[in-house]
Design a protein around this ligand. Structure first.
Ligand code: SAM
Ligand code: SF4
Length: 325
């Protein structure tokens, strides 16, 4: 099992399938991002093998992410491979939603369980400012496609940034209430390599919650401490929201995640500075035991938690799209 020095067990694996993306969100990647060569990315067969080993070590669920996971050709085939792994309870995905109108049905048939769709604004001009692309309508269609395909659950992720979209909390709350989708508000994290982030742009989760509460009374929903989102439902039964306070109230001591980058490196923390090379082990003929040993090392080295806004914090070199959000 993958238990670290602080007694935390890794049960969730986030797999980045590509560092490429058809959006250029300002908080995630530069407009002129440089991408890995395709032969540097793990193949589907390699990802499946790594996942099988991870499951043998106690990983229970995986989430495909990126970059934009649906920008990788035939990713539904990877979903199908992973969904067949005995002992793996769920394959989920985080996506910007753009390709869902075309892909939702195929993904559902391949065995994808849940989708989180990222959407930070319901205003077209702001969408262009935040993502540097004019695709709001398409993402809204993607949400409808995900609901129609029957994914369970469908959630929205909204990164809240002061002065950019913090005045839209109420609109998102209404969106959650009318569509019965959980909207999760995420604090803005320093993973943009210094181009935009500063602490003044972070809207604390407690402020987001107060704004939501003003729309309609909320009550906490019991949930696992390992879920980064604190969940609340509206007392009148219409919908649910979550807040992810990664910056102001870190949940590191309950962290049960480990990440695999698209180029085959394990990372034990979003903000970690070290990487553990699985691809090298695979491509030099290593055994499953050798892959397992890389997992064990990554977990053994996991630190107590990130130091954002504290002395000693060093921003990771890779931006979010290259780590896998
Ligand atoms: N392209 C997909 C998407 O946008 O959903 C998956 C990858 S994206 C990196 C995963 C999640 O990370 C998205 O919900 C995105 O909003 C979030 N994210 C990216 N950069 C972030 C940052 N600096 N702070 C907080 N969340 C961020
Ligand atoms: Fe692409 Fe997702 Fe990053 Fe936006 S947040 S640039 S959609 S990877």
């Amino acid at each position: 099992m993958l238990v670290d020095r602080f007694g935390r067990q890794a049960r969730k694996l986030r797999i980045s399938v590509t560092d490429r993306c058809n959006f250029r969100c300002i908080y995630c990647m530069p407009e002129d991002a440089v991408f890995k060569d395709r032969n540097e990315l793990l193949t589907f067969t390699e990802i499946e093998r790594v996942t099988r080993v991870a499951v043998s070590l106690g990983i229970e669920t995986v989430r495909l992410t990126g970059g934009e996971p649906l920008a990788r050709r035939d990713v539904e085939y990877l979903v199908e491979l992973l969904a067949k792994i005995p002992g793996l309870r769920a394959v989920n995905m985080t996506t910007n939603g753009y390709f869902l109108p075309d892909k939702a049905v195929a993904l559902k048939e391949a065995g994808l369980k849940g989708v989180n769709i990222s959407l930070d604004t319901l205003d077209r001009d702001r969408f262009v400012l935040l993502t540097r692309r004019d695709y709001l309508q398409r993402v809204l269609e993607g949400i409808d496609a995900a609901l129609a395909a029957g994914f369970e659950p469908v959630k929205l992720n909204a990164v809240v940034m002061r002065g950019y979209n913090d005045d839209e909390v109420e609109r998102f709350v209404e969106f959650a209430r009318t569509r019965r989708i959980t909207v999760r508000f995420i604090e803005f994290m320093p993973l943009d390599n210094g181009s935009v982030w500063n602490n003044d742009l972070v809207v604390p989760a407690r402020e987001i919650l107060a704004r939501a509460q003003a729309v309609a009374p909320l009550e906490p929903v019991p949930h696992s401490p390992h879920d980064p989102a604190r969940l609340y439902r509206f007392r009148d039964g219409l919908g649910e929201i979550g807040v992810i306070a990664s910056v102001t109230e870190p949940f590191c001591r309950y962290c049960d995640r480990i990440r695999l980058t698209a180029d085959g490196k394990l990372r034990n923390c979003l903000f970690g500075l070290d990487e553990y090379d699985v691809r090298e082990v695979i491509r030099s003929g290593g055994s499953d035991e050798d892959i397992a040993a890389v997992f064990q090392q990554a977990v053994a080295d996991k630190w107590a938690g990130h130091l954002i806004n504290r002395e000693g914090f060093v921003k990771p070199q890779r931006t979010m799209h290259a780590i896998g959000g």
